[in-house]
Design a binder for this molecule. Structure first.
Ligand code: MG
Length: 249
């Protein structure tokens, strides 16, 4: 069942979204060669506590950390640990917070030092996919318009869209209906109404779409070990167009 949020609820979600945006902005400053992904997790935890919010992912189905860190061929859901970031890596940082009873969820993929041109292009196009999808979040469109815009942009650059995972509705809970696929299937999906809030999160592979989960039970990686990128925002459909809730300011 899809729940539509009132204007008041959207403002509360904006407060949660701002916490998420501030945590990701802080994390970006800490992303450099020599830093472990565990240190990034500690930064996220400390910043969230300071804001009076709670990390969403910690304890979710037993996930042990506050932050997901997914390096290079890791797609999403990587567990922060002893891995030391090095020049040429990319790291996706996905973070969610609960604040005043509402959830915010966003992700960025950040280069460490100098990265190769093909990988830089993958990052740029994946972030563009996110905004192409968001642009379609207008009253009267259908969910498939969001999925199609994301897929067309990614595939037009020769990349593959991850099929096993997608975005989601979000509100009092992190995962609500509907699922937001990054590719087109049958049907148009639900019509987009004012008050619908979605976490839109394209995951784009440089190589083939196939992924699998490592034996840690969480980390999703590409089968061909080629890099994958991930960007996400929590966005509300409003009468005035899409409203990104997980941004600074
Ligand atoms: Mg999400």
């Amino acid at each position: 069942m899809i729940s539509l949020k009132s204007k008041r609820e959207i403002e509360l979600m904006r407060d949660a979204g701002r916490v998420v945006a501030e945590v990701l902005a802080e994390l970006r400053l800490h992303c450099r060669a020599g830093v472990t992904t565990r240190e990034l997790d500690r930064v996220a935890e400390a910043k969230t506590a300071k804001a009076g919010a709670k990390p969403l992912f910690k304890g979710y189905r037993g996930f042990p950390r506050a932050l997901c860190t997914s390096v290079n061929q890791q797609v999403v859901h990587g567990i922060p640990g002893d891995y030391v970031l090095k020049d040429g890596d990319i790291v996706s940082m996905d973070f969610g917070a609960l604040y005043k009873g509402y959830c915010g969820d966003a992700a960025i993929t950040v280069p460490i030092g100098a990265i190769s041109l093909p990988v830089a292009n993958l990052l740029r196009v994946t972030e563009e996919c996110l905004y192409r999808g968001i642009e379609q979040m207008v009253v009267g469109n259908h969910l498939v318009d969001v999925s199609r815009a994301i897929q067309l942009h990614g595939e037009s650059h020769g990349y593959s869209m991850v099929r096993d995972l997608g975005g989601h509705g979000i509100g009092r809970k992190m995962h609500e209906d509907p699922m937001v696929l990054n590719y087109v299937t049958d049907g148009r999906g639900p019509k987009l109404k004012s008050g619908l809030v979605l976490a839109v999160e394209p995951m784009v592979n440089a190589g083939a779409e196939d992924t699998y989960t490592l034996s840690d039970g969480w980390t999703v990686v590409t089968k061909d070990r080629k890099p994958s990128a991930h960007f996400e925002h929590t966005v509300a459909v409003t009468e005035n167009g899409p409203d990104i809730l997980t941004k600074l300011g």
